[in-house]
Design a protein around this ligand. Structure first.
Ligand SMILES: C[S@@+](CC[C@H](N)C(=O)[O-])C[C@H]1O[C@@H](n2cnc3c(N)ncnc32)[C@H](O)[C@@H]1O
Length: 211
C-alpha cells in the first residue's frame, strides 16, 4: 500500500483551514496535472461549485458516519463533502496522484479527513488500514471511461461489497461507462445532468439494497 498521512490538526477552532486554497490556484494545479497525466486526471479543470453541490445533494451526507471519496484531485469536492458532513463523521479520500495527495494534506486541515495515496481498486484494503467501518457513502470522480476494463470491474465490485446496506454510491462522469458496469451490481441509477460544469457531467446515484 502507498504512503499514508492524516490531515493536520485544525487551529483557531475552525474545522477547515485551507491556506491558499483559491479556486484559481486549484485550477492551475489541476491543469498542470492534467497536462502530465491526461488519462488519469481526465478533466482540464476541477469540478464547478454547481457540480459539487449536486454531488453533495445526491450523497445525502447528514447521517453518514463513514464517507469515501475516490479521486479528490485538488479538493474542491472534498471541501464540499466535509462542509455537509456531521462533526463525528470520517472522510477517507483516495487518489492515485501523489501531488494531489500532498496538496490535500497541506491545505485541508480537518480531523475528519484522512488522505490515502493509492488506487480505488484497493478500497477494501484502505478501509481496513484506517480501521473504518462499511461506508455509508462512496463518491467517485475517477474517470471510469479511461481505466482498463478489469480495473473498472474491480472498483465497482469493491464498492458494492464494501458499502453499508442502504449506502449510496455517487459517481460524476461525462460518459455513461460507469453505469454499464455498476447496473449488474446495484441496479438502474438515478441520473441528473449538471450543465454548469466544464465539461457537463452526469451525476449517477445508486442505493445498495438493505441486507
Ligand atoms: C476528474 S478528476 C476529479 C477531481 C476532483 N474530485 C474534482 O471534481 O475536481 C479525477 C481524479 O481521479 C484520480 N484518479 C484516477 N484514477 C484513479 C484511481 N484508479 N484511483 C484513485 N484515484 C484515481 C485522478 O488522479 C484525479 O484526481
Amino acid at each position: 500500500m502507498s504512503r499514508t498521512t492524516t490531515a493536520a490538526t485544525p487551529r483557531g477552532g475552525d474545522r477547515i483551514v485551507a491556506p491558499g486554497s483559491s479556486r484559481l490556484a486549484d485550477g492551475m494545479a489541476f491543469l498542470r496535472e492534467f497536462l502530465s497525466r491526461p488519462l488519469a486526471v481526465a478533466s482540464v479543470a476541477p469540478s464547478s461549485v454547481f457540480l459539487e453541490q449536486r454531488v453533495v445533494q445526491a450523497a445525502a451526507l447528514s447521517d453518514a458516519r463513514v464517507v469515501v471519496e475516490l479521486g479528490p484531485g485538488t479538493g474542491g469536492t472534498t471541501r464540499a463533502l466535509l462542509r455537509a458532513m456531521a462533526p463525528q463523521a470520517r472522510l477517507l479520500a483516495i487518489d492515485l496522484n501523489p501531488r494531489f495527495c500532498e496538496r490535500l494534506r497541506q491545505r485541508i486541515a480537518d480531523p475528519r479527513l484522512v488522505v490515502q495515496e493509492g488506487s480505488a481498486v484497493d478500497l477494501a484494503l484502505h478501509l481496513k488500514h484506517w480501521q473504518l467501518s462499511a461506508p455509508d457513502v462512496v463518491v467517485s470522480g475517477i474517470p471510469f471511461s479511461t481505466l482498463p476494463v478489469d480495473a473498472v470491474q474491480a472498483v465497482v465490485a469493491s464498492i458494492k461489497d464494501c458499502l453499508a446496506p442502504e449506502g449510496r454510491f455517487v459517481a460524476y462522469q461525462l460518459r455513461a461507462h460507469v453505469a454499464d458496469y455498476t447496473e449488474p451490481h446495484l441496479g438502474v441509477p438515478q441520473v441528473d445532468w449538471e450543465w454548469r460544469n466544464l465539461p457537463p457531467m452526469r451525476v449517477f446515484r445508486w442505493v445498495k439494497p438493505a441486507a
